[in-house]
Design a protein around this ligand. Structure first.
Ligand SMILES: Nc1ncnc2c1ncn2[C@@H]1O[C@H](COP(=O)(O)OP(=O)(O)OP(=O)(O)O)[C@@H](O)[C@H]1O
Length: 258
């Protein structure tokens, strides 16, 4: 079996006395599609934000692609990472946010070209070619010259996905990508994610409240509670035959609400 591409080794994250991530051990294999579910406040988004280097950790070690993320090796020891190490590590990851986070003053095409040009140093022609391919993938070729404010929420989120992919990350993180959308716009975004999952060799880690979708696309589902994995397994195990009382309670509550 290949080495995991993501490893959390006894990771801690707290705000003051409030512990959000509690000695978390967690790993993801290359190409694996993993979904994190769990109650509000259990630390699901924090896991993604730590990986995207948006939140620092207070203890333990995170590895991405075999290298420490928040540390660098100096004379055989691990020391806190500097900005250039973090910048280099970030290139392996793309993130899709709940609120899209597009640049509002840039057209769709420029939203997709900006980071590949600035961060990867692609020429204008290369970045444009890449952006156009991705717009085709998410079905938005006709909207390339519009501004985000002229698009529906579902279309904006598809731009968000294309923008993350434009950096050619090996790992894609999705933080509740459909929860800010009107119900009738959820389907088009899930269709794009479903296609990515089935046609690309990406490693995907997703936080979602869309249980049916999680069941359909995941290789593994992790139920989070109080900053730890309380139970994990295949979708059939977690949704069909959860073993722990807390998992059963949570799934009963969300099924009743949906
Ligand atoms: N910057 C911050 N300062 C203080 N507390 C924070 C901060 N960011 C997050 N928290 C707290 O950390 C806890 C975990 O947050 P997180 O967003 O990871 O939860 P979640 O499981 O993704 O929840 P949800 O499903 O509601 O999005 C929450 O109780 C949240 O209020």
């Amino acid at each position: 079996m290949s080495e995991p591409v993501i490893v959390f080794d006894k990771v801690k994250k707290s705000y003051g006395d409030f512990v959000v991530i509690n000695d978390l051990d967690f790993s993801v294999s290359p190409g694996e599609k993993v979904t994190i579910i769990g109650p509000s406040g259990s630390g699901k988004s924090t896991v993604l934000r730590i990986l995207m280097t948006l939140e620092k950790i207070n203890g333990g070690t995170v590895y991405v692609g075999g290298d420490p993320l928040w540390h660098e090796r100096k004379n055989g020891a691990l020391v806190a990472a500097g900005e250039s190490h973090l910048r280099g590590m970030r290139k392996q990851l793309g993130m899709v946010f709940q609120q899209f986070n597009l640049f509002p003053h840039m057209t769709v095409l420029r939203n997709l070209m900006e980071a590949p040009r600035v961060v990867l140093g692609l020429s204008r022609t290369e970045a444009k070619e890449r952006a156009e391919e991705l717009l085709q993938l998410v079905g938005l070729t006709d909207h390339a010259h519009k501004f985000p404010g002229q698009l529906s929420g579902g279309q904006q989120q598809r731009v968000g996905i294309a923008r993350a992919l434009a950096m050619r990350p090996r790992i894609m993180l999705f933080d509740e990508p459909t929860s800010a959308l009107d119900p009738e716009l959820v389907g088009e975004v899930l269709t794009v994610i479903r296609r990515l999952a089935s046609e690309h060799d990406l490693t995907m880690l997703m936080v979602t409240h869309e249980m049916r979708f999680a069941r359909e696309i995941s290789d593994r589902v992790c139920f989070f509670d109080k900053g730890r994995i309380h139970e994990e397994g295949t979708p059939a195990e977690i949704f069909g035959n959860p073993q722990k009382e807390r998992t059963q309670q949570f799934l009963r509550a969300v099924t009743e609400a949906q």
